[in-house]
Design a protein. Structure first.
Length: 427
């Protein structure tokens, strides 16, 4: 039981203060908690976690925070933000000496947070035996320091398909287009499509990157220099344009919520989305299949989604007993039992190899396919320059899909905008 593990992790600081014991803990566990309840030091106050989790993940986090708080006699809560909102709010709050105790999100936020010295270096704060329990990918390092402990590997995109509409998923882009064209139709004859073969979030370039890789390009080189004004970027932008305007298989407008709703309603046969979405699709009763994002026929290369971690960083402003308690919470939230809870519900890839040995997870076809997709993806850079690349790509990617900028112009502008933003960032 997860709650029973809290007792052994709450062993830190200065005084004993036994909080309420969860009723389902046996007498022996309760005795251990009473003996080790140094995890609720005086004056620590409430603990807060900011996160970017989808609703299913937040429900699990709520349960974990409740159990930890009950065992340690402290109130734990969470606040959800969209990724960009979390970044900006955290930067403002932590620079002012406040903010959450833990901040949860994708690995690329380590770049700007560490560069601005907003998150703590963890290698000397956590027990070596605890760190040894993670895969190398599960620990996010930058410039020789450990800044994030992940609870899952991946956070990458896949092709998700409705088996009722697509019995066999496409293996290449030509087949994907053929299936999508057949399933995109105007059902009521009003001149507007009611069903689409394919949908995804047009707002964020993160969803464009798999095809950029499939055409042989990438966002930056190993020295963190943007690589956007290339034939590969032009070809990938052109492919996006053709899907919408030539093949007409995409919705006219589509942010994340629109694409997600279309798939849940059975009005999009395929969607490009990540593991955070699967539980909601399964709960909706969709006979969901998972496949690799197709190979690009023009190059023979698989689409390459960015593969990253999702995990926790510690606010650099923490000191003393509060820091020690937060480190215990961090270890608890990334423990075997916590990761098992997420993996079984959300089909995520755990960052602790021991959890993958769980028979239920080892036999899970969705987790297996997610691991296969990760193998043909590419690691997400954690350099702060990636933020400039995203900000440069976003309006240009949207301009291509709005039909207001040519692919070649969008590629040139993306590179110029990224270089300008990086120069300003380094001033």
């Amino acid at each position: 039981m997860i709650a029973e593990k809290v007792a052994t992790s709450c062993r830190v600081v200065e005084r004993s203060n036994a909080g309420p014991i969860p009723p389902r803990m046996g007498a022996l566990v309760a005795m251990v908690v009473m003996a080790l309840m140094a995890c609720s030091p005086q004056g620590t106050g409430d603990l807060v976690v900011w996160n970017t989790m989808r609703p299913e993940g937040r429900a699990i986090l709520d349960s974990l925070l409740t159990e930890f708080g009950a065992a340690c006699g402290v109130r734990c809560s969470q606040i959800y933000y969209e990724p960009e909102e979390l970044r900006s709010n955290y930067q403002i709050a932590s620079l002012g000496g406040s903010g959450p105790d833990l901040v949860y999100g994708p690995g690329d936020q380590v770049g700007p947070f560490s560069e601005m010295e907003l998150v703590a270096t963890l290698e000397s704060l956590l027990p070596p035996q605890f760190l040894e329990g993670f895969t190398p990918e599960g620990l996010v390092w930058r410039k020789g320091h450990l800044y994030q402990i992940s609870d899952q590997i991946g956070n990458h995109l896949h092709l998700v398909y409705n088996r009722a509409l697509v019995p066999e998923p496409p293996q290449d882009t030509d087949t994907m287009i053929e299936i999508a064209r057949r399933l995109t139709r105007d059902e009521d004859g009003d001149g507007r499509m009611d069903y689409y073969g394919l949908a995804w979030n047009f707002e964020e370039p993160f969803f464009f990157v798999p095809f950029l890789g499939g055409f042989g390009g990438w966002v930056m080189d190993e020295a963190a220099r943007p690589t956007l004004d290339t034939p590969a970027t032009v070809d990938a932008f052109q492919f996006m344009y053709d899907l919408k305007f030539t093949h007409r298989v995409l919705p006219p407008e589509s942010d994340y919520d629109t694409a997600d709703a279309l798939f849940k309603e059975g009005r999009a046969a395929m969607i490009i989305n990540g593991p955070w979405s699967w539980a909601s699709y399964l709960n909706k009763g969709i006979d969901m299949g998972l496949a690799l994002i197709p190979k690009v026929n023009a190059t023979g290369l698989w689409a390459t989604p960015m593969v990253s971690t999702l995990g926790y960083s510690v606010n650099v402003n923490l000191r003393g007993p509060r820091l020690q308690l937060v480190l215990q919470l961090l270890q608890y939230l990334t423990s075997d039992d916590a990761q098992r809870a997420y993996a079984r519900t959300m089909r995520t890839i755990p960052s602790r190899p021991a959890v993958l040995e769980d028979p239920v997870l080892a036999a899970d076809a969705l987790i297996g396919m997610s691991a296969a997709q990760a193998k043909v993806g590419r690691p997400m850079p954690v350099d702060p320059e990636l933020r400039a690349v995203w900000d440069a790509l976003r309006p240009n990617y949207q301009s291509v899909l709005n039909g207001t900028k040519s692919p070649a112009q969008a590629a040139r502008d993306s590179q110029a905008d990224a270089l300008k933003a990086i120069a300003e960032m380094n001033q």
